[in-house]
Design a protein around this ligand. Structure first.
Ligand code: NAD
Length: 255
């Protein structure tokens, strides 16, 4: 039976995907802060090693899918945890799981955001993440001290890293793709709504969603399920917006 490992699988979108895969009979391992099958803090190197070791032990014959879904919102404190979890933990763990993914012709599905294009591809913080020096990127975001840039920049860098690595991974028999959810009703979104600075902006944005508002985690999980499955075998390097039309509304000239 195919095996899938999901970080951030104890709540929100990751949990919805876990439940969907399990309902179809797949084996799923979740990694999360204190809940889930494996407890690991992915903001640091020890936690990432613990997660990777646990996945390797659990799936010695290969992984069909790896979904680094754990993420922190723009209001998370301290700010440097945002790039550490949202970008560096995802990239580092994928790199460590290449062999397992290759064994089962698997795929890694990264979780970016429909907000990612709000920061330019050549923004210094985005480039700082992509340079791969976590200590430097963390120092950079500490001095910028802007949670929105930390979140959007780390998600932009994640989507770009995925696109930049599609060819290398394809040669190993691994598909890389990303999903870019719009506003989804989860604990992460609740934290932003409760923020005195970003809460109102988020509520205004929700009102503007062409589909009529926020969605629920199962609507994101069903598309992730498709991207991980047999029907998506020729999809490589896609950034799949599941956002009720927000990206098309904001950037109609891009596709
Ligand atoms: P959520 O808060 O419900 O779930 C996130 C999970 O990540 C939680 O279970 C949390 O414990 C885990 N996590 C956080 N920090 C961690 C750490 N250091 N180590 C291990 N686990 C950690 O949020 P969600 O909305 O389901 O978010 C899932 C992903 O979707 C995130 O990457 C998020 O950025 C992305 N996303 C969410 C939205 C949205 O509107 N909710 C929109 C776009 C993208």
């Amino acid at each position: 039976m195919s095996k899938f490992a999901i970080t951030g699988g104890a709540r929100g979108i990751g949990l919805a995907l876990r439940d969907l895969l399990i309902s179809e009979g797949y084996d799923v391992l979740t990694i999360d802060l204190s809940e889930g099958d494996v407890s690991a803090d992915l903001s640091n190197i020890d936690g990432r090693k613990k997660a990777v070791d646990a996945i390797k032990k659990w799936a010695p014959k290969g992984l069909k899918g790896y979904i680094p879904c754990a993420g922190l919102p723009p209001v998370a404190k301290p700010i440097e945890k945002i790039p550490s979890v949202n970008f560096f933990s995802a990239v580092e763990t994928i790199e460590c799981l290449r062999d397992l993914l290759s064994m089962d012709a698997g795929s890694a599905l990264l979780v970016t955001s429909n907000s990612a294009p709000m920061l330019s591809h050549d923004d210094p913080f985005v480039l700082g993440c992509l340079a791969g020096d976590e200590a430097k990127a963390v120092a950079q975001i500490r001095s910028i001290a802007d949670g929105h840039i930390a979140y959007v920049g780390s998600k932009r860098a994640l989507a770009m890293w995925m696109r930049q690595n599609v060819v290398t991974y394809a040669k190993l028999g691994i598909r890389l793709n990303a999903i870019a959810p719009g506003i989804t009703q989860t604990g992460l979104t609740k934290q932003v709504y409760n923020d005195p600075k970003l809460g109102q902006a988020m509520r205004d944005f929700e009102k503007s969603v062409p589909a009529g508002g926020a969605t629920t985690p199962d609507k994101i999980a069903s598309v992730m399920h498709f991207l991980l499955g047999e029907s998506a075998q020729f999809i490589y390097g896609a950034v799949f917006f599941v956002d009720g039309g927000s990206d098309a509304m904001l950037r109609p000239e891009h596709f």
